[in-house]
Design a protein around this ligand. Structure first.
Ligand SMILES: [Zn+2]
Length: 128
């Protein structure tokens, strides 16, 4: 896994990109956190997704392990990263995925992030 390209599409290796965040290193920016969350969806890392979800909006569970059909994540394209305050930012992205044998779908979302105690959290998002 360490030598492979990061699922988030940064072009870096997983070890040099999202892996340290999954291991508990704080994301430097909301975009880095968003990318690491996409990688976590690809890898089925539900504990990381819940840990980086703001407590006010976090679901109890994502049930990734029992999701059926499981989505196949095809790629991520970060469109925009805008810092909106000292500890807030929005990231607009398009993720491509497929459910089972279905056709590829686009998930176009503008997500809100906040930083608390030096740690970025996903709050919520608007689907375009
Ligand atoms: Zn990455």
């Amino acid at each position: 896994m360490t030598a492979s390209t990061c699922p988030c599409g940064s072009g870096k290796t997983f070890a040099a990109c999202c892996a340290p965040l999954h291991e508990g290193i704080a994301a430097a920016t909301a975009e880095a956190l968003m990318r690491s969350r996409y990688s976590a969806y690809v890898l089925g890392n539900e504990p990381y997704l819940l840990a980086t979800w703001h407590a006010d909006t976090r679901p109890a569970s994502l049930d990734l392990a029992i999701q059926s059909p499981k989505p196949t994540w095809l790629g991520l394209d970060v469109k925009r990263h805008t810092v909106t305050g000292t500890d807030s930012a929005v990231v607009e992205f398009v993720a491509r995925l497929r459910h089972g044998g279905g056709r590829a779908e686009r998930l176009h979302e503008t997500s809100r992030f906040v930083r608390e105690n030096g740690q970025w959290f996903y709050v919520d998002g608007d689907i375009a």
